[in-house]
Design a protein around this ligand. Sequence first.
Ligand SMILES: [Zn+2]
Length: 90
Amino acid sequence: MAEQTPGIAVSYVRHQGTTETRKFEPLPSDHDLVGTSCFGCGKDFKPGDVTTMVAVGPGDDLEQRKKAQRGFYNSVALVIHWACATGTDA
Ligand SMILES: [Zn+2]
């Protein structure tokens, strides 16, 4: 689940040796990301926005850092609009 961090939508993704960008369905009005900010454009997420997550690495978790060296780990990830990540509209 997404985590509320002031100003930035942060979550986690599980790396399994792939770099495929996952496209998430439009946000429902009661999703916990609504009202948090996109790291790409700084605008708040609204109901209906299509999003993806951009992995930024294993963070400071030592176990995840070790796993990252093998390509299978839980990464800190920024939630951003699909269009901000890919340049294409939903
Ligand atoms: Zn954006």
